[in-house]
Write a protein that binds this ligand. Structure first.
Ligand SMILES: Nc1ncnc2c1ncn2[C@@H]1O[C@H](COP(=O)(O)OP(=O)(O)OP(=O)(O)O)[C@@H](O)[C@H]1O
Ligand SMILES: [Mg+2]
Length: 690
């Protein structure tokens, strides 16, 4: 019987009806199979199986149920709420959330300046543009201000994502300054008690399942010191904030110009990051003094795509026979490939208007960025010299250790696909001395007996490698990237796309770009000028035009927890709820009622099909919803490992009658609207998604 009811329940939803309430607040009651006012067996059966997550009688989310009902509430969810992996307090449901969203949007719109922070795995930076400048040069990237950072031998628009803290955990320095101070003072300062972090953004990926405000981050050294990850991120964001305010103050003869309240901040995050990592970034921003109503998170490939709107993609013959450079036309589809130091982020976009884009394929990728080339080189060094030798150099001669790694980085970035000669990397003498002290032989001697004989030679302080060997360091990342593309092109919707927009610093590598061109000869690969700045500058534009993105592909399946009648063929007995449903029916708990499926194209601002729910008992005064996100297409239970709770929402009911819930998860937040059938009363919940 349970199975039959389950079918009815699905049918009762207007699967064939026009999408209820799409794009408006107009309420279209879901088409149901029976009139709820008639207390027929059928309606009761139906109401039981579609009973919502109306399981508590609590006034507030996450509080124990009050004694409002005469019959006991089905089961307290409060314990679950606090135990499970909620994203954070800010994802707590807020009544009238949609209005709050509008209000916040307007506040951001009125800010005088947009400042974006690109927090990269390898390099980070900020850029800004005033509202006036944006309005006068709409869509033009050239006015965007990007500070320069001093490094050895020049200036750079981004600085290494390295940060140094004093023994008392106060911020000391960032970027090139942090690296220089740390490496140049190792002889006169004992840095053991200090904290030095580098490439720490990867932590948000590697620890994504356990990420919280308490996540600890170990510093870059072996047995390094530990700090709260959120404090490390917050310190860097705060540093950028103060750097920017100082820039404007200095520029205006020390007169006050902008203060933090005038700024709408945009922080970029990889599209493939999950909700917790995004929430973590918001928490870090809040700690740095950037409040939620002045902060937007931007997806890195979306930002890059906005930046590239005006990038020339082809040369066209004009009517008068001349030649013109054409940018992407309306309807053009292209792949955005953001290849940074850590992540490979791939999305597919379509131009929908002069300044608007939509996402047509869910973001995919992995962690095959440029730093994997360095990691492969490191593996090679470990084989050549042994782990203990490298460890000793790193611990006792950090400056020489760092020098060699930096030399490799320079070699890597200047290495081209056409290079066919031996590659020379200068190796600090200390490396060879420590090797000899540990092994009793010189590196030259050791090489003769190793598998690298003939491929690697040492001449004084020069380590020379055959081209093929050096090229191999790129294999891991390139092979993985090609595999992601191969899988992507198997999808019919993508198979005919012929344009690839390559951004991110690693896209400057001809080794990478040539490998892609060789594998996919029909693809036009476009690398814009300064590909490493596309995300950063695009994020500034996104701050002014968040509505430039018109559709997104859902990154998760979204739904709510509900109870259904127990059917032994469908549900596990362990899921039977302690409290019975109408007519004493056994119910199962934690059923995932799917509202939006992963991969679904959602129009920004439009609501999805509404679902209807019934209170479990007539006395029920509160409907309590638990909202979940899952990586699965059709999760069965909200307790499945790949499900995470994103918030809860309690609605006070005027009467224990049918209610409807519709969701919108196309933007940076999820908005749920609950409507009571009888009174038409609406309540809204808002949870932050990005
Ligand atoms: N010419 C080049 N050849 C090869 N690699 C390069 C070149 N220029 C930059 N890179 C690499 O690009 C990476 C940095 O790119 P980018 O600044 O876009 O990364 P990020 O934003 O720090 O990382 P992510 O976006 O993954 O968080 C580094 O690994 C760097 O070595
Ligand atoms: Mg990046």
């Amino acid at each position: 019987m349970g199975g039959k009811q389950s079918t009815n329940a699905e049918q009762s939803r207007p699967s064939t009806a026009p999408p209820a309430s799409r794009g408006s607040d107009k309420k279209t009651p879901a088409k149901t199979s029976q009139d709820d006012s008639k207390t027929t067996t059928a309606s009761r059966q139906r109401s039981e199986k579609t009973k919502a997550s109306d399981k508590t009688t609590s006034d507030e989310p996450s509080k124990r149920p009050s004694k409002k009902t005469e019959s006991p509430p089905p089961r307290s969810r409060s314990a679950d709420v606090s135990k499970r992996n909620r994203t954070s307090a800010s994802s707590e449901a807020k009544h009238d959330g949609a209005y709050i969203v509008k209000d916040i949007e307007n506040k951001k719109k009125n800010k005088l300046l947009v400042a974006a922070i690109d927090f990269g795995t390898t390099y980070s930076g900020y850029a800004c543009l005033t509202k006036d400048e944006f309005e006068n040069n709409k869509g033009d990237n050239s006015e965007i201000h990007c500070p320069t950072w001093e490094r050895e031998g020049g200036l750079s628009y981004k600085a290494p994502t390295s940060v140094l803290f004093r023994p008392n955990k106060t911020f000391h320095s960032f970027g090139f300054d942090a690296e220089k101070y740390y490496h140049e003072n190792s002889d006169n300062i004992d840095f053991k008690e200090w904290y030095f972090y580098k490439h720490f953004k990867m932590k948000l990926y590697t620890d994504k399942d356990e990420l919280t405000q308490d996540t600890i981050i170990e510093d870059s050294r072996e047995a390094g010191s530990r700090m709260n990850a959120v404090d490390v991120f917050a310190a860097v964001i705060k540093y950028f904030k103060e750097h920017l305010l100082k820039y404007f103050k200095d520029r205006n003869d020390d007169k006050e110009y902008f203060d933090n309240n005038d700024i709408h901040w945009v922080i970029t995050v990889p599209a493939i990051w999950d909700l917790k990592a995004k929430q973590f970034m918001k928490d870090a921003a809040a700690k740095a003094g950037i409040s939620g109503d002045q902060l937007t998170l931007a997806l890195e490939p979306e930002a890059a795509s906005l930046y590239c709107r005006k990038v020339p993609v082809s040369v066209e013959t004009t009517k008068d026979g001349g030649k013109a450079i054409a940018a992407m036309q309306n309807g053009s589809q292209y792949i955005v490939f953001d290849q940074g130091g850590g992540t490979t982020d791939i999305t597919v976009h379509e131009v929908t208007g002069q300044n608007t884009l939509k996402e047509i394929h869910q973001a995919c990728g992995g962690h095959y960025g440029g730093n994997t080339v360095n990691a492969e080189f490191f593996k090679f060094l470990t084989t050549l010299l042994s782990g203990p030798v490298i460890k000793e150099i790193r611990d006792k001669n950090p400056s020489e250790y760092f020098d060699f790694m930096t030399t490799f980085e320079h070699k890597k970035t200047s290495f081209t696909a056409d290079e066919k000669s031996m590659v020379t990397v200068r190796i600090p003498v200390v490396w060879m001395e420590v090797f000899k002290d540990n092994t009793g032989e010189t590196l030259e001697e050791a090489l003769l007996d190793s598998s690298y004989n003939g491929k690697v030679t040492i001449n004084k302080d020069k380590l020379r490698m055959k081209y093929e060997l050096f090229r191999k360091f790129f294999d891991y990342s390139i092979n993985n990237v090609l595999k992601v593309f191969e899988d992507l092109f198997k999808k019919p919707a993508i198979a005919n796309i012929r344009t690839l927009l390559a951004v991110g610093g690693y896209s400057e590598s001809s080794v990478l770009i040539n490998a892609i061109k060789q594998k996919f000869p029909n693809l036009t690969v476009i690398v814009p000028k300064d590909p490493g700045l596309a995300v950063l500058k695009g994020a500034v534009l996104y701050g002014f035009e968040p509505h430039a993105i018109t559709e997104r592909v859902s990154q998760y399946t979204y739904g709510v927890a509900m109870q259904k009648p127990y059917d032994p063929d469908v549900y596990d007995a362990s899921k039977i709820a302690t409290v019975r449903g109408r007519g004493g029916k056994r119910m199962v708990d934690d059923v995932f009622d799917k509202h939006i499926e992963i991969g679904k194209v959602c129009k920004i601002g439009e609501f999805e099909q509404e679902h209807d729910y019934y209170p479990l008992v007539n006395e029920q005064k509160i409907a309590h919803f638990e909202f979940y996100a899952s990586e699965l297409k059709s999760p069965k239970y909200t307790t499945d490992t790949k499900c995470q709770m994103i918030g809860t929402f309690s609605v006070e009911l005027s009467k224990a009658g049918r209610i409807f819930l519709k969701l919108n998860a196309s933007g940076t937040e999820i908005i749920g609207i609950v409507r009571e059938e009888e009174t038409g009363k609406e309540s809204r919940a808002y949870f932050s998604l990005m």
